[in-house]
Design a protein around this ligand. Structure first.
Ligand code: AMP
Length: 413
């Protein structure tokens, strides 16, 4: 069943506590280098303010590890949000405490407040498993969450980037607000629609593209996708574990020896499930791991002293052919070391092939920070159907994992 959203409830005259993902990149001077995450939260924020709610926003930023750290203050976010909304955003110097509570009491209809970084308090990131095993930790997490929960009448979650975690603000706060309305925002609604519908109701052929450094990170994704997709294209360093499992030499390429058996097993599982797994037929190899390193293209064995850096030109063609007729495409992870030129060519070729498939009518969903930045770097961000705002969250979603912080929120109807 679908989750209730902010559009389904009346916020007029109510205090609304909303979890956002304002984990924006900052430069050394504390300036925001991309306000994308703030901009993406605006539809839900504006909807609540226009609907007459008094809005209290909360988020984490970086990893301050339970300590106050001015470099990770959300104050610059309050400033930017205020510019974008064209109205004052009150900033609370701490997310909990008597002063913050008093400040929220003064909030009226249409007012907006942002609380300081949740992770300045170590209780925010206490894992539920740890809290269950240790009474003191449970108490600490509950006390912290209770102070947040007591600030408002309604809970809204619009932080897809952290939706796979059981942080206090994501899980314990809505749990403690039982009886109150607890809904999702438009950003999460969109993520669930795209990721959820795409995986459960795909038009075929359905092609998945997986890349990145580690096969171990994506094992669960491959397993979950085997009986959903028609074909999985595998690039990035992940491919070398499959190569080695098949008896090929991989030189000094990144390879996970502990997962050779698992890689073989996955290939067999894929065969049984009727899912085609396509591995690279050629590889750009380099003598050193650096931009502009001496390089050549090989198919088959990678000789000693050399390492795989990117998919080769024949693989780019092959992957583009596989994508050409696709009606659904999901992509997570780059095809090579795209940060070092010229090893971005495979990732760029795949990005272009995904865009072409989209233009020919496919639904395309991109997840993961690196594939997303590759698509954006090429200026193709608006030429795919959906770019997920959650790297880890979208990966876990593709693994078929349930998000317990979303499960406890209200259902429609
Ligand atoms: P992941 O976080 O698993 O999606 O991995 C992303 C990282 O994989 C990027 O930083 C890429 O540089 C890296 N990567 C992709 N292909 C290779 C490769 N052939 N060798 C080493 N690293 C790679």
């Amino acid at each position: 069943m679908a989750k209730k959203t902010v559009a389904d409830i009346d916020v007029r005259g109510k205090k609304v506590l909303m979890r956002c993902d304002f984990n924006v990149p900052l430069d050394d001077d504390g300036k925001i280098t991309s306000d994308d995450r703030i901009v993406k939260a605006l539809p839900t924020i504006e909807h609540i303010l226009d609907g007459g709610g008094a809005l209290i926003l909360m988020s984490h930023l970086g990893r301050p590890r339970g300590q106050r750290n001015e470099k990770m203050s959300l104050a610059p976010v309050a400033e930017r949000l205020s510019e974008l909304l064209g109205k004052e955003v009150i900033f609370a110097d701490d997310c909990i405490g008597a002063e913050t509570k008093a400040k929220t009491r003064g909030l009226g209809s249409g007012d907006c407040m942002l609380l300081e970084n949740l992770r300045f308090h170590k209780e925010e990131t206490i894992k539920d498993k740890a809290a269950k095993a240790d009474e003191q930790l449970r108490q600490a997490k509950d006390d912290f969450a209770r102070q947040l929960a007591d600030l408002a009448d309604i809970y809204v979650d619009d932080a897809f980037g952290t939706a796979h975690r059981d942080n206090a603000s994501m899980y314990t706060v809505p749990l403690l607000m039982e009886g109150a309305e607890r809904v999702i925002g438009f950003l999460i609604e969109k993520e669930l629609r795209y990721l959820g519908d795409t995986l459960s109701n795909p038009e075929r052929p359905f092609v998945a593209i997986l890349g990145g450094a580690k096969v171990s990170d994506k094992m669960g994704v491959i397993e979950n996708l085997l009986d959903k997709v028609d074909c999985i294209l595998i690039g990035g360093a992940m491919a070398y574990t499959f190569f080695k499992a098949a008896g090929q030499k991989v030189g000094k390429s990144l390879c996970e020896d502990d997962f050779l058996d698992k890689a073989t097993e996955l290939l067999k599982q894929a065969k049984d499930a009727g899912c085609e797994i396509v591995l690279p037929v050629d590889t750009v190899i380099a003598s050193e791991f650096k931009a502009g390193a001496e390089r050549k293209v090989v198919s088959g064995n990678i000789e000693n002293g050399w390492q795989g850096m990117d998919i080769g030109p024949e693989t780019r063609k092959l992957f583009a052919e596989k994508l050409a007729g696709a009606k659904t495409v999901v992509w997570n992870g780059p095809m090579g070391v795209f940060e070092l030129s010229p090893f971005e060519q495979g990732t760029e070729a795949v990005a272009l092939a995904v865009v072409e498939a989209t233009e020919a009518g496919a639904r395309s969903v991109i997840g993961g920070g690196d594939s997303t930045s590759a698509v954006k770097k090429l200026g193709l961000g608006d030429k795919v159907s959906h770019i997920s705002t959650g790297g880890g969250a979208s990966l876990e979603f593709m693994e078929g994992k349930k998000f317990k912080c979303l499960e406890i929120l209200d259902e429609k109807g």
